[in-house]
Structures are given as structure tokens and as C-alpha cells.
Design a protein around this ligand. Structure first.
Ligand SMILES: Nc1nc2c(c(=O)[nH]1)N[C@H]1C(S)=C(S)[C@@H](COP(=O)(O)OP(=O)(O)OC[C@H]3O[C@@H](n4cnc5c(=O)[nH]c(N)nc54)[C@H](O)[C@@H]3O)O[C@H]1N2
Ligand SMILES: Nc1nc2c(c(=O)[nH]1)N[C@H]1C(S)=C(S)[C@@H](COP(=O)(O)OP(=O)(O)OC[C@H]3O[C@@H](n4cnc5c(=O)[nH]c(N)nc54)[C@H](O)[C@@H]3O)O[C@H]1N2
Ligand SMILES: [Mo]
Length: 773
């Protein structure tokens, strides 16, 4: 990578982008204790003490995810369980306390450290410096960030944006933590300005899920709710590392098993969730070390093999329907679906040999999964990045829907497709208009209510933003949260593109790499965190978020802000908008004075938000109406559409090429690395590693712990590599390998994205691995 463009020097070392460490690494194989439970509780205690927050942290734990008076956990988007008094998890607490740290990054910090010096810091050290406390501007003469007033910061942005030849020379990125209210203002600003350049982190996680579900069911979201999870007889969990990334899901899974439901995990790895858990809020379970199993079947697919598995299951369902009249829900199929016969013909024409080869499973395993499906009255199928970050992610999502349709498992209690969302409000961002390709209906309504004329040209998504930065087409980049330089593919190219812009603006809580890799001018604008009190003219404000199951709730911060100079995200957006468009007739100041006014406007624009202010103040908020959930499928045919995708070939042509997936460790929140450990995978003190199958290692003469080079060939033929990563033996299918994001993002070329979803191929990087010379 080199130290150009503010990236860390590429010195191979233990620890990757996490804390610097000289201690020895260890790898002890998969965790065989129950997930969550005491291991998590002990870690929570350590985290609170480390951040010097034992009391405040404990208080926060008790107000997290509590209706009425609490704040929504800024971690993942798993819905709050209404029956649970203490609905928390280890990783949510890590996440909250990371925001609550006592450390501060003020003007003294920036005076003491030049940007070139900070470029040498690890990503861990940058974030660990503490909370940002005042707006800062880059001073090229001294190479330091220096204080700037909020007004001057807004004027700087206005000056740059007004100087553009076209508003399309600016891009406005969102990371999925932004509230509904701030999201709405942000997209309103971009569109009033005249651009749909609204790339977001969803372009990297569930764009494919949204597109697949929309094509099949005319809804971009899952139709299953938490209640459906709680009443299904069979639950399939595909490509999710639940124990680390959606830990509260473990509770729901354990309860499902307790009531006799079948839970099938499908993953390339044997993850901790496919074992057992000690439910953290069950005091009795904790005290007695009572572990509940979280799996009744665990299928180890090859990378990208999910479509073949699901099609194989459909094949068994069709077979069964020859003798069992209840195998297919014929009434449902006749009344509500389109394309069944063609789908059936395609499935029947696909041979078992192909399905077995492409799934990496045996016919017996596929039949076993199909039997679970056929025996269940009600089925929920959930998935996350193991499904969506593939070339054919959209096809796989649609195949999942096909399978559900066969037995009427959509729009009925205890059933439905259920993508597991990532960031706490990533789904709400989309609902509120963060979308580079909005529909005409949506724009027309926005224009009518807000009195603007939105542009109709689609804007840039994440991968196309990287390309536009590289071409020099983007002059202004605004990041509303997130860490674009580290999250996006091809770190070096993204960094180089970012450093070519005239202005970069980052609205953030903590220092990260994207502040160090800056444009010619650069601003860091610090904002309130989700846990903090947001006081405006009309008093204390709350914001709202939408969970992965379409429930919208209020969130109220209660902590004293990290600094009196912080502004809220809505206030920052309004400040930028007013400075940039002085004649705007949008009541920016009034919106900020009282967020109820933002919600009043949203109530008019967003379908299903009529009466938003009243609805959201109900004890559990409200669920956004979703026609598909009522079996009202608003596709062009008016019916749920079966898809008919070719079975993709997911096996590399060349025998020496491996399929590498990039994933999160247990001690990480996306680009924030808390430590270099990965407890459930038995890893301590190392992140620059690659998990490999024992036979693939032996074939290449690689022994446990050897240093290896990983060379990736991009779809466009270009080659990227990393050097001196440790090869570690792991239970991953032959022909596959795994490593950590963001250390491995350098391996993804700008062309390596799915043509179906435009998502980067973060679970399908084609690599060759050999010992470091
Ligand atoms: N603590 C914590 N929680 C988080 C996050 C975090 O960083 N830390 N990030 C949040 C965000 S933004 C998101 S999007 C989610 C991500 O949640 P996950 O999707 O769980 O994220 P990953 O760590 O990428 O793990 C991908 C999983 O898919 C499996 N997999 C890989 N390839 C395949 C395949 O081809 N088929 C199948 N069936 N499985 C496969 C991997 O082995 C792994 O278990 O988590 C959210 N929650
Ligand atoms: N190779 C590979 N790359 C990936 C992935 C992968 O699986 N593999 N996953 C992708 C996915 S699913 C995602 S979602 C992206 C994540 O991409 P991003 O969302 O861009 O990254 P984060 O690491 O979540 O952002 C962390 C930063 O957010 C800021 N922040 C924290 N809280 C707040 C807040 O309340 N307000 C504001 N304004 N800022 C805040 C802090 O400054 C922190 O440094 O990465 C993607 N990249
Ligand atoms: Mo994500």
C-alpha cells in the first residue's frame, strides 16, 4: 500500500489494522464453549473497566433498547425483543462504550500531530485517540488540522460546492447509523442541490437483497418480523456469523429450539452460532451454566454454493409433490404467483450431479435440508453477507424466495424471507431516501411536498463513486459517518482518488483513516453520538430508527455530550444546506429547532408514515406497512414472480485458484478494530492471517503459521497482492480461504463487483496463495 495518500506504511506485522502488538499470536481452532454467556459477560466487564466506565456503562446497559426512555443500540439492526428486560449483547456494549470513552481529540491533539505523522498510526490508534470535540480544517501550509468555527466550516463547503460545474461533481456518502430524520434532510439537501449521488454502505451489504426481493415480491425488505421468527417451525440461517455480528439473534434461535423448531445453519465455516449459547439475560441460565443448543443441522457449503443448495431443496419439494398433495401450497401458487411451471421445468432439468458439485454438499445433505423444509408448517429463511456479497447474490435471494413460495411461506404467520441487516439504521436510511436510484413515484412525492425539483438521472453508488474519484470526476466528497477509504474496495485506488478531490468533509464521532486521506481542502465535523442528549431550541430531541424488520422507534440520548461544541447530524446538514443554498425555501432552521417538524414533512412524503409523530411515540413505535406481507404483490404482473436463473458455476477454472472471503472478527465493528483477537475462531493477537483448508496448505507446501503471499486476479485481469500474512489451518472447504476485512480490501479491484447488484465481491476474491519468499 505504501504511505502515499495517508495510508499506513505497508510493513507486514502482527495485528493488522488493530492495536500494535509484539506478543505472540495463537490459533487454537474453533471455540467449543457456548456462545455469549459468561465468556461474553467477562469481556463486557473488561471492556467497561478499560474504557473507565464501570458505572456509566452499566447504566447505559439498562437503558439500551428500552422503549420510552432508552436509546437504540447503535450496533446492529436486530430488532428489540419486547419480552426481554435486558436486551443486550457483548458486542453492543463494546460498541456503546467505544462511543462513551473519556478520551478526547481536541485542538491540542491536532497541534501535536501533523497529518503525515498520523498517517503512520494504525487505524486502531487513530480511533482510540478518543472523541472528536470541535470542527477542524486541514491547513496545507503546516500539514496540521486546525480549529475552524462551525460557520466558517459551512462557508468553506458552500464555496466549494457553488464553484462546481455541476452538482454531480459532489458525492454524499452515508454509513448506516444515520437517523431517519438526518437521512431525510441529507437526501433532501442533495436533491435540492441537484444530484442523486448518494452512495451508502448498503451498496456493500444488502443492495442485492433489496433488488432480489423487489423483483420477486415488490418489496425491498424482508417480510418476516421477530414474531415470525418466534413462531416458525423451521429456521434457515445462511451466511451469517450470528454469534459475533447479530448476537441477540442467538436468543431467538435458542428459544426456537426450546419450542421444538428446527434450525439449519448454512455457512462455508462452522461458526460459533451453529453450536450452543448461554442466553445472556436468563439469569438462571447464566448462574447454572445452562447452555441451549442453537442448531439442529449445520451444512458447510462451498463459497457461492447456496443457490445450488436451495435449488436442490426445491427439486426435492417438486419430487415430493408427485405423491404428497400437501408438499406444494397449490392454492397459494395459483392465486398469488407467476412463472411456476417454467421454474419447475428449470429445476427438474438441473441434475443432482450439478447441484452436488456446485453446492459442495452431498445429495443426502440437500435432501436432509429439504426434509426439514417439507416437515415444517412455517418457515423463515434468513441470510446476510455470505449470500449477498457474491456475483449472483440477486439470483440467490430470488431462489430463496422461489423456495418459500412453493409452500406458501410468504405473507403468513411464522414465515418469510428475512435479510439480516448490518448497521443499526441501514434499512431506515433507504426508507428515508438515501438511494442513488430512486423511483419516479418517490421523487414526484418528494418534489410535491418539499417544493423542489429533484434530478431524475440515477446517481453514483459506492463502486461507481470509487471509479469517479479515480477519474477525477468528483471534486467534493462528503461522508456522513463511516470510513469510506477503509470500507470500500481497492484501498490504494480509493485513497488515491480521495486525495485528488478539492474538498473532503467527514461528519464523525472518532478519528479514522478517511480523515487522514483527505482532499486538497478537508474538514472534520464532529457530531453527537446516539447515546448523547440532543438539545435544540424546542427542547430535548429524539430521533428514530428502523430495525431489520421494518419497526420504527424513537431513540433518546441521555448522556452529556462529549463536548459542548458538538452539533447534531440534522444541525450539521441544515448548516451545510443553508450556507450552500442561501435562497432555499426549505425551512432548514425550523427543522433543526424541532425534529417533529422534520417528521411532519416525512409523514407526507414517505408511504406508511402518515401520522409519523403519533405513531412513533407509541410504546413500541410502529411497523411500516408492507403490501407483500399481506400477499399484495405489486410487481408488473401483480403476483409474486418466480425467477429462473441459470445455475452459476462458482468453481474457479484454474485448479490453483482459491475463493477468498473477507469477513469480520469477533472484536471488530466494520473498520473499527477493538483488538486483534477473534475469540470464537480461537484466534489471539493476529489479524494479518488467512484461514486455509489443510489439504490446500499441504499441496502448496505451506505449514501452520507460515508467512504467505496472496495474489488476487481481478475480473479485468489486473493483479493485486498482500505479503507476509500467516496461513492458519481452519475448517473451510477445499478450494476456499478466509481473511479479515478491511486488511484484505487491497485485494479487490474496482471492477470486482456483481453485475446483478453492483456490490463488491467481498466474499468471492479469486486468489493464489504461496509461501513468502
Ligand atoms: N460485532 C459486529 N456486529 C456487526 C458488524 C461488525 O462489524 N461487528 N457489522 C454489521 C454490518 S454493517 C453487517 S452488514 C453485518 C454483517 O454480518 P455477517 O454477514 O455475519 O458478516 P461477515 O463477518 O462478513 O460474515 C459473513 C458470514 O458468511 C459466511 N460465508 C461466507 N461466504 C459464504 C457463502 O458463500 N455461503 C454461505 N452460506 N456463507 C458464507 C462467513 O463464513 C461468515 O460466517 O453485521 C453487522 N453487525
Ligand atoms: N472486504 C470487505 N469490505 C467490506 C465489507 C466486507 O464484508 N468485506 N463489508 C462492507 C459493509 S457490509 C459495510 S456496512 C461497510 C462499512 O462501512 P462504513 O459504514 O463506512 O464504516 P464503519 O466502520 O461502520 O464507520 C466507522 C466510523 O463511523 C463514525 N461514526 C461512529 N458513530 C457515528 C455516529 O453516530 N455518527 C457519525 N456521523 N459517525 C459515526 C466513526 O468516526 C467511525 O470511525 O464496509 C464494507 N466493506
Ligand atoms: Mo453492512
Amino acid at each position: 500500500m505504501g504511505d502515499a495518500f495517508g495510508l499506513m506504511k505497508d510493513v507486514p506485522r502482527q495485528g493488522g489494522l488493530g492495536p500494535r502488538s509484539s506478543g505472540a499470536w495463537t490459533s487454537s481452532g474453533t471455540y467449543d464453549h457456548p456462545a455469549a454467556g459468561w465468556g461474553a459477560a467477562i469481556t463486557v466487564g473488561e471492556v467497561l473497566v478499560k474504557q473507565r466506565l464501570p458505572l456509566a456503562g452499566t447504566r447505559a446497559m439498562f437503558t439500551m433498547n428500552q422503549r420510552k426512555s432508552g436509546f437504540d443500540c447503535p450496533g446492529c439492526a436486530w430488532p428489540d425483543d419486547r419480552g426481554v428486560a435486558l436486551d443486550i449483547c457483548e458486542n453492543g456494549i463494546k460498541h456503546v462504550t467505544w462511543e462513551m470513552t473519556h478520551k478526547r481529540v481536541g485542538k491540542e491533539f491536532f497541534a501535536a500531530h501533523s497529518v503525515s505523522e498520523l498517517a503512520e498510526w494504525t487505524d486502531f490508534d487513530l480511533e482510540d485517540a478518543g472523541r472528536l470535540v470541535g470542527p477542524m480544517a486541514y491547513d496545507a501550509d503546516t500539514d496540521h488540522y486546525v480549529p475552524i468555527s462551525w460557520n466558517d466550516a459551512f462557508r468553506t463547503i458552500a464555496h466549494h460546492i457553488q464553484a462546481l460545474d455541476s452538482p454531480d461533481q459532489a458525492a454524499f456518502y452515508t454509513s448506516g447509523r444515520l437517523s431517519n430524520e438526518a437521512s431525510f434532510l441529507y437526501q433532501l439537501f442533495a436533491r435540492e442541490l441537484g444530484t442523486n449521488n448518494l452512495p451508502d454502505c448498503s451498496n456493500m451489504c444488502h443492495e442485492g437483497s433489496g433488488r432480489g426481493l423487489t423483483a420477486s415480491l415488490a418489496t425491498g425488505k424482508g417480510t418476516a418480523d421477530l414474531e415470525d421468527w418466534q413462531t416458525c417451525d423451521a429456521l434457515f440461517v445462511l451466511g451469517v456469523n450470528a454469534a459475533s455480528n447479530a448476537p441477540r439473534m442467538l436468543t431467538t434461535i435458542a428459544e426456537a429450539i426450546d419450542r421444538g423448531a428446527q434450525v439449519v445453519h448454512v455457512n462455508t465455516l462452522r461458526e460459533a452460532a451453529s453450536g450452543s449459547t448461554i442466553v445472556p439475560h436468563e439469569i438462571v441460565d447464566m448462574a447454572t451454566f445452562h447452555a441451549t443448543p442453537t442448531s439442529t443441522m449445520d451444512l458447510q457449503v462451498r463459497p457461492g454454493g447456496d443457490l445450488a443448495l436451495v435449488r436442490g431443496m426445491a427439486k426435492v419439494v417438486f419430487e415430493a409433490s408427485e405423491t404428497d398433495p400437501t408438499a406444494l401450497d397449490r392454492d397459494f401458487l395459483a392465486r398469488y404467483t407467476d412463472g411456476l411451471d417454467e421454474y419447475r421445468a428449470l429445476v427438474e432439468a438441473t441434475s443432482w450431479d450439478e447441484l452436488v458439485e456446485q453446492s459442495g454438499l452431498t445429495e443426502a445433505e440437500i435432501r436432509g435440508a429439504a426434509d426439514v423444509y417439507l416437515s415444517a408448517e412455517r418457515t423463515v429463511i434468513s441470510w446476510c453477507l455470505g449470500v449477498s456479497q457474491h456475483r449472483h447474490g440477486v439470483d440467490t435471494v430470488r431462489e430463496i424466495v422461489n423456495l418459500l413460495l412453493l409452500r406458501g411461506n410468504v405473507g403468513r404467520k411464522g414465515t418469510g424471507p428475512s435479510p439480516v441487516r448490518g448497521h443499526s439504521n441501514v434499512q431506515g436510511n433507504r426508507t428515508c431516501g438515501i438511494n442513488h436510484k430512486p423511483t419516479e413515484d418517490w421523487l414526484a412525492k418528494l418534489d410535491e411536498v418539499c417544493g423542489i425539483v429533484s434530478p431524475r438521472e440515477p446517481g453514483l453508488d459506492t463502486v461507481h463513486t470509487v471509479a469517479a474519484l479515480h477519474r477525477g470526476d468528483l471534486k467534493v466528497f462528503v461522508g456522513m459517518g463511516g470510513n469510506f477509504v477503509r470500507a470500500a474496495p481497492d484501498t490504494a485506488l480509493t485513497a488515491e482518488g480521495m486525495s485528488r478531490t478539492d474538498l473532503t468533509v467527514h461528519v464523525s464521532t472518532k478519528l479514522n483513516r478517511s480523515h487522514i486521506v483527505h482532499g486538497k481542502a478537508a474538514l472534520i465535523l464532529p457530531c453527537l453520538g446516539r447515546t448523547e442528549r440532543d438539545e435544540q431550541e424546542s427542547g430535548l430531541q429524539s430521533i428514530s430508527t428502523e430495525d431489520a424488520m421494518s419497526s420504527v422507534m424513537l431513540s433518546l440520548g441521555s448522556r452529556r455530550p462529549a463536548s459542548p461544541h458538538l452539533l447534531s447530524e440534522p444541525a450539521i446538514i441544515a448548516g451545510i444546506a443553508r450556507a450552500t443554498m442561501p435562497a432555499s425555501r426549505t425551512p432548514w432552521e425550523e427543522y433543526v429547532a424541532d425534529y417533529d417538524r422534520i417528521r411532519d414533512t416525512m409523514a407526507e412524503v414517505l408511504p406508511g408514515f402518515e401520522g409519523f409523530n403519533e405513531l412513533v411515540r407509541q410504546r413500541y413505535g410502529f411497523r411500516i406497512p408492507q403490501p407483500a406481507r399481506e400477499r399484495d404483490f405489486r410487481t408488473p404482473s401483480g403476483k409474486a414472480e418466480f425467477s429462473r436463473a441459470e445455475l452459476p458455476n462458482v468453481i474457479p477454472e484454474e485448479a490453483d485458484v482459491l475463493v477468498l472471503q473477507t469477513m469480520r472478527s469477533h472484536d471488530q465493528w466494520n473498520t473499527t478494530i477493538y483488538s486483534a483477537d477473534d475469540r470464537y475462531r480461537g484466534i489471539r493477537n493476529i489479524r494479518e492471517l488467512v484461514f486455509m483448508n489443510r489439504r490446500d496448505m499441504r499441496e502448496r507446501g505451506i505449514a501452520e503459521g507460515d508467512l504467505v503471499d496472496i495474489v488476487a486476479t481481478s475480473l479485468d485481469g489486473s493483479v493485486r497482492s498482500v505479503t507476509a500474512f500467516r496461513a492458519l489451518e481452519y475448517d473451510t472447504p477445499r478450494g476456499s480461504a478466509a481473511g479479515y476485512f478491511p486488511e484484505m480490501n487491497v485485494l479487490l479491484g474496482p471492477d470486482d463487483y456483481s453485475r446483478q447488484s453492483d456490490q463488491p465481491l467481498m466474499k468471492d476474491i479469486r486468489v493464489r496463495i504461496g509461501k513468502t519468499a
